[in-house]
Design a protein around this ligand. Structure first.
Ligand code: BTN
Length: 251
């Protein structure tokens, strides 16, 4: 862990909804730090952890998430759940908040690819990683990694065709703190909004409904996502529901 500051952020910075902001230059993973924080007794408010760089950023299914210095928004939020079944609602709110912040800052049409990706067209802009806090069942850590200022040619060759950033989409660069503020303000607002409305907005932002997909060993047509966060796959034998991905588009 390297130098960090921890403070109550000012409302003027657009972070009025945040109780405490832990701000690192370099850290292994903001999610890992936030998980440790969330075990503590006073994590019942909105705690936020950011870093300019992650040395071992973590993605879905044990993947490494590339998080170079100042190229993106690497943030984790400790969230107190109102009830234990609320995991998907947190995921949904953070994914939508990321789409809104990207749209407001960079005018890109960011969409949600179930279950955890934010895409522009067919390329991945951001990913969400939700983790339960062992020992505190009412809390989760919600992590978001968004590529902001990475130029197209700076992505490693193997992910260059499938990754994007706000800079690669627009030819401009962006202040990461302004994006952080946009994401957290939208996240806080969405968490306070009736889940039926939020789900409607989520469905409008979902990509790929009606397309041929594969989920695990099953192939079919993607029929959207229900209010529990399950993907509906319409296949020959009827329909199946899936709680986890990944989902792959078939051509
Ligand atoms: C994925 O697309 O696989 C999810 C990526 C989640 C990355 C973010 S970056 C901030 C937070 N800290 C981590 O180690 N991971 C999440």
């Amino acid at each position: 862990m390297s130098a960090y500051s921890s403070h109550a952020p000012s409302a003027a910075a657009g972070l009025g909804c945040v109780e405490r902001w832990y701000c690192f230059d370099s850290i292994a993973s903001t999610n890992t730090f936030a998980l440790e924080l969330a075990e503590g007794p006073s994590a019942d408010q909105l705690f936020v952890v950011t870093a300019r760089r992650q040395r071992r950023g973590r993605g879905q299914r044990g993947n490494t998430f590339l998080s170079d210095t100042d190229t993106g928004l690497w943030v984790s939020v400790v969230v107190q759940l109102a009830d234990i079944g609320e995991h998907f609602a947190v995921n949904r709110a953070l994914a939508l908040a990321a789409c809104r912040a990207a749209g407001d800052s960079a005018e890109v049409d960011a969409r949600i690819k179930w279950p955890n990706d934010i895409v522009v067209g067919e390329r991945k802009l951001a990913g969400v990683l939700l983790e339960s806090v062992s020992g505190a069942p009412g809390r989760v850590v919600a992590g978001l990694g968004m590529n902001v200022n990475t130029a197209r040619e700076e992505f490693p060759v193997e992910i260059r065709p499938i990754a994007t950033s706000l800079a690669a989409e627009t030819g401009r660069t962006f202040a990461v703190t302004a994006l952080l503020s946009g994401v957290l303000t939208a996240f806080d607002e969405l968490r306070r909004t009736d889940g039926r409305h939020v789900h409607e907005w989520y469905r409008e932002r979902l990509c790929g409904v009606g397309r041929a997909v594969r989920i695990g060993e099953y192939a079919g047509v993607f029929g959207g996502v229900d209010e529990q966060g399950r993907a509906r796959l319409v296949c020959d034998g009827g329909e199946r529901y899936f709680s986890s991905g990944p989902m792959r588009f078939v051509n």
